[in-house]
Design a protein around this ligand. Structure first.
Ligand code: SAH
Length: 212
């Protein structure tokens, strides 16, 4: 078995990933097209890797846990804050399918460009990369069924709650700059239900509602 299939088999066996559509997205998405050439041999090693501008592409297991927590369905519109390599956006796009859409925001121009190229190279068409401060959300494309933040935030940026539909879900690492709890929030008739999915470490969120 190849490394990629081994990872998927491990997640299935341990129950880390239960949703088959998430495993299918992983198996169908070429992570090797979202990393720098010098790490080609490590595309399916289960750790984060450096990408340009001092940022990182998350560890595959983390991407899976966050994707599963989003409870994605075909046709949904999803907002991502922190495009980075574009890999997480690509995974989501596989599940929401051609009738769904991923809007992903990146604050570093070099990375917005890097991700755009990677997504094109992987033949992915239902992802729109926007170079902007995603801590403000993206009002122009709102409302969203789901929202994912892939950078460490001091708190969930308030604009995201406004731009989320009823029954929508936000998944975000919230805490200090050194360690965060992965929070899953469901918006139900104006009320927020919060669940903690465990401890993680992400690069910091910048911008209006990020770290100064
Ligand atoms: N999801 C990415 C990994 C993200 S790393 C992947 O799959 O590769 C976190 C990213 O968030 C970095 O690229 C960083 O530049 C970006 N970021 C930080 N603050 C941001 C903000 N306010 N708006 C948009 N992107 C931001």
């Amino acid at each position: 078995m190849q490394e990629k299939e081994q990872l998927a088999a491990y997640w299935r066996k341990t129950g880390i990933v239960k949703d088959e559509s998430v495993l299918k997205a992983f198996l169908e998405t070429p992570r090797e097209k979202f990393i720098l050439g010098q790490y080609a041999n490590e595309a399916y090693s289960d750790y984060p890797l450096p990408i340009p501008a001092g940022q990182t592409i998350s560890q595959p297991t983390t991407v899976m846990i966050m994707t599963e927590a989003l409870e994605l369905e075909p046709g949904q519109k999803v907002l991502e804050i922190g495009t980075g390599s574009g890999y997480q956006a690509a995974i989501i796009s596989n599940i929401v399918g051609e009738n769904g859409k991923v809007i992903t925001t990146e604050i570093i121009p070099e990375l917005a460009e890097f991700a755009g190229k990677n997504l094109k190279n992987a033949g992915i068409k239902n992802v729109r990369v926007i170079r902007s401060d995603g801590s403000l959300g993206c009002e122009a494309e709102a409302p969203y069924d789901r929202c994912i933040i892939t950078a460490a935030c001091p708190k969930v940026p308030p604009p995201l709650f406004k731009q989320l539909k009823n029954n929508g879900i936000i998944v975000a690492p919230v805490g200090s700059a050194w360690g965060q709890s992965m929070i899953k929030i469901r918006k139900k008739h104006g009320k927020l239900e919060t669940e903690n999915l465990g401890e993680f470490v992400f690069v910091p969120l910048k911008g209006a509602h990020g770290w100064v």
